[in-house]
Design a protein around this ligand. Structure first.
Ligand SMILES: [Zn+2]
Length: 231
């Protein structure tokens, strides 16, 4: 029964860690992000704090080179008690990751953005899902590994001049991050004009055109990377 590191991703505020701590409690996720591990016995992925994730996979080094979908989120983190662990900052794979591990994380993340995380947002521009990547993605879903050739192919696609800028890695991460943030806001505001504005920004700009203007970012009070959507 192995646990396979899949991704670092956003979790809803009420989410709790999957691992029961020795004191019988489960901690939450004060940073709003979790490490998702795949349980090989049922093929599902579950959220863990970084410390609990390291305990589950048995070796902290296993968590280097894990795709991080939260790096473009600029929400200030609150200094609350919880399992924050270390090595999460600095993007794909954390500070301790080698260049090779960072490259692997980048390729995996881009593949998952195009074929899963952004491609599966309801109402998203259909071009996100990219048919020539389908076969690589099918294999990746089974093994969770990429060959050197596959990695080169994915990175070359991301950098290709033929790839429209809205489909580049950072822009898709901005779409994903903004989608999470705007939905949280939509869920907290009462129905009315502002609610409708937020829904329209999400559906007509973010999902359909994969971009937001500075005015829209301000109107929706999103806390994104300073260069978000300036591709
Ligand atoms: Zn935990």
């Amino acid at each position: 029964m192995a646990w396979i590191p899949i991704r670092i991703d956003f979790v809803e505020p009420e989410t709790q860690c999957t691992r029961l701590a020795s004191n019988g409690r489960r901690h939450g996720f004060p940073t709003g992000t979790a490490t998702f591990l795949l349980d090989e016995t049922d093929g599902q992925d579950y959220p863990f704090g970084p410390t609990c994730a390291a305990i589950k996979v048995g070796d902290k080094a296993e968590l280097r080179g894990i795709p991080d979908f939260t790096t473009r989120d600029f929400t200030p983190t609150q200094e609350i008690e919880g399992d924050r662990g270390g090595g999460q900052a600095g993007g794909s794979g954390g500070d301790e990751a080698s260049d090779a591990e960072k490259t692997k994380a980048f390729a995996k993340r881009y593949l998952m953005l195009r074929m899963d995380r952004v491609a599966n947002l309801p109402g998203v521009k259909p071009g996100v899902s990219y048919a020539p990547l389908a076969e690589i993605y099918r294999g990746f879903e089974k093994t969770r590994k990429l060959t050197e050739d596959e990695m080169r192919h994915i990175i070359a696609l991301e950098r290709s001049e033929k790839t429209p800028t809205v489909y580049r890695s950072n822009n898709l991460l901005d779409v994903y991050t903004a989608y999470i943030q705007i939905n949280r806001r939509i869920n907290t505001v009462t129905p009315g004009d502002y609610h409708d504005v937020l829904v329209s920004i999400r559906d007509n700009s973010l999902l359909r055109r994969l971009t937001l203007s500075e005015g829209q970012i301000r109107a929706a009070k999103l806390t994104l990377h300073p260069d978000a959507f300036r591709c």
